[in-house]
Design a protein around this ligand. Sequence first.
Ligand code: IP8
Length: 267
Amino acid sequence: MICLKVVIKLGGSLITDKSKPYSFRKEVVIRIAKEIKRAIDEKIDLVVIHGGGSFGHVEAKRAIDIYGRISNETISPIAFSMQELNYMMTSILVSNRIKAVSFPPHSLCVNLCNIGERFSCDLKIVKTAIEKGSVPILFGDIVYGDNFCDPAIISGDDLALMIGSYINAERIIFFTDVDGVFLELGHPETILKEIRLNEIDSVIKKASIYNNVVDVTSGLLGKLKKTYQYLSTSSSIKEVWISNGLIEGNIYNLISGKTVNGTKIIP
Ligand code: IP8
């Protein structure tokens, strides 16, 4: 029997409707839970991370509109919005007999304000939870600033890569609402099926020019950039995938070690 260690990130655009504040895609998440359950029954150690979608991002924008920046006053409303979303996610996983246990990142991580290593997270409990047979569930969150540092938003993308490296996962999978990374958006034929680590830089440059992207730290190009940082230092991670979680079967197949249409990034 195979025994894979896998980290998945369920993007906010997959589990919520980003065009409407506080709208949870319950039917999509129920289907996702069934696929997860089917995969982990095949003896897979899994960590689930989810994004903020129309919960955390809406609340973060509201907080910035009021206070002008992410400050200590904004911690409670942003953290609460994410815990509301996480409660709905965890409820559906648990009612599908997945042993999900939630670990809010604001109680594990702090913002260091360093340019290199921005966040410090104590992830030991996540490893312990896996060893005890649980499925840890975490989410993009707001975290306190260390000493005189301001709080900051830690994205689920960062957490997925950080936890994947920490637990020595073989596969990290980003499920979004698109099929993968395209050199040119709106041109399905430009999908990149496989990207090698040493090609990431040139892919980011080409894709930014084609798509007129200035900020490559967010979205799919941000995922590529972050993947580069983690993949170049982790020896366990063999594959990072970006795939469409709205397509039935993709979640089951990728968690259980199979391949699907999407973008695969390899060392
Ligand atoms: O959607 C953001 O997480 P992400 C979380 O993974 C908040 O970037 C609080 C906006």
